[in-house]
Structure formats: structure tokens, C-alpha cells
Design a protein around this ligand. Sequence first.
Ligand SMILES: Nc1ncnc2c1ncn2[C@@H]1O[C@H](COP(=O)(O)OP(=O)(O)OP(=O)(O)O)[C@@H](O)[C@H]1O
Length: 236
Amino acid sequence: MNMSEQILQTQNLQAFYGDAQALFGIHFALHRSEVVAIIGANGAGKSTFLKALTGLVKAPADAVRFKGQAIGGAHPGDIVRQGMALVPEGRRLFASLSVEENLLMGATPGRPGPWTLERLYAMFPVLKEKRRNPSGALSGGQQQMVSIGRALMSNPEVLLCDELSLGLAPVVIQEIYAALPAITADGMSLVIVEQDVSLAQRVSQRLYCLQEGRVSLEGDSQAVTREQISQAYFGL
Ligand SMILES: Nc1ncnc2c1ncn2[C@@H]1O[C@H](COP(=O)(O)OP(=O)(O)OP(=O)(O)O)[C@@H](O)[C@H]1O
């Protein structure tokens, strides 16, 4: 497989909440095995962008192409079955169900692959220890691990992560991000929404900055400067 092949693209992606427009023509590309970060201030449209990729916010079919297929506005379940999974902002676990039940909920018929309960437990051993506990009883960081694990259980080719670090202590954020190499080891592509710009730059090859629903900066994560980023963030 050609590793520089684009697996996911958006073309002039617009999205609305009722009459309110949230995305104003996003052009975006993700290559196979690439990690791309999306940064930007609160309300810039980062979550909306991930939702439009996964069918949770409507989009014109042609505005989102995944593996060559127009998938904008497709049913979220169909998009997961085609190989794109979301770790949503706020984790969205079933609090009264056990860790293992939450993980198994992510398993998707027709998508076998490297991710199994065993592999997840090897990556996050604490989840094995707590597999019978209600997920609502776990710490924030452990719940984030469950949310990541649930998405991985569908053996996605593209994993989208919305603010993995939200509300977590620095040491826990480090622990979560330390799992990324294991996640990308088989060639999975990642889109990571991250408020911590330095962290976003460290873990990604390329980044996009959104500002008020538009791409205000796009570039090589190592090459973009602090000045470029602060201008793209705040429009100063
Ligand atoms: N469910 C909704 N209904 C109406 N407007 C919404 C809804 N969700 C988001 N918006 C609006 O869409 C715009 C983009 O919001 P979005 O949540 O995508 O931003 P974000 O960059 O992810 O910010 P945050 O970091 O705060 O999550 C904002 O103006 C927001 O108020």
C-alpha cells in the first residue's frame, strides 16, 4: 500500500447547527499512517469538524471522502464499519456498565483486526484490573483509556481523538499520550484535537489551526513557529 496515499479528505466542508454556520469551507487531508493535530481556541470548530467526519453533524456527501468514497452525512454506524472511529469529547461511557462491557460495545462485526481485549489490556493494564468495575467508578484518566479502547475495538484505519487531555492531570495526560506509538504501530492514521499546542506539535507530523470555522494555519508541526500559531489562534 502506498503510504503517502490520502485516506481521508475534506473539500470545502461546511457545517451548520440549524441556521448557525460552524464550518466555512474546510480543506483537509490525512495520509495513511499520518498523525495530524487540530488546534484552535474554544469554539473554533474542532469538535464540529470531527463530528462532520463521523456523520454526527450533517455534511454534503462529496465534502468528506474516506478511502475514495463520498461519506459526508452518512450514518455514523456505517462510517465506523468503513473504518473510522471517534474518541468523543467527554468520553461518553456507559457509567453503570463495566469497563469490559464498554470496551466490547466498540467491537464491530466485519472489522476483525489487531485490537482485542487482550491487546488493550496489555497497553492499559489498569483496565484489566478494573475490567469488572462500573466505568463510572474509574478516574478520569482511566475512563479516557476505556474511551480510547472502545474506539480501537472497531479496528479503525483512522482514529479521531477529541481533546484526550481535557480535565486530566499532566502526569495522566503523559500516560495517555505514551500509548500513541502502540496505537499507530500497525499503520493507523490519527487526527488529534488538542488544546495543548506544544503537545499537539510533539505528537503530530502536520497540524491545522482552526479559527472561527476556517483553517487559519496548516503546516509541518515541527516547522510552524510560535508566532504563526499565535496569529492563527487569535487572528492577531
Ligand atoms: N450543538 C450545538 N448547537 C449549536 N451550536 C453549536 C453546537 N455545538 C457547537 N456549536 C457552535 O459551533 C461552533 C464550533 O464549536 P465546536 O464545539 O466545534 O468548537 P471547538 O473548537 O471544538 O471548541 P471546544 O474546544 O470548546 O470544544 C461554536 O460557535 C459553537 O458555539
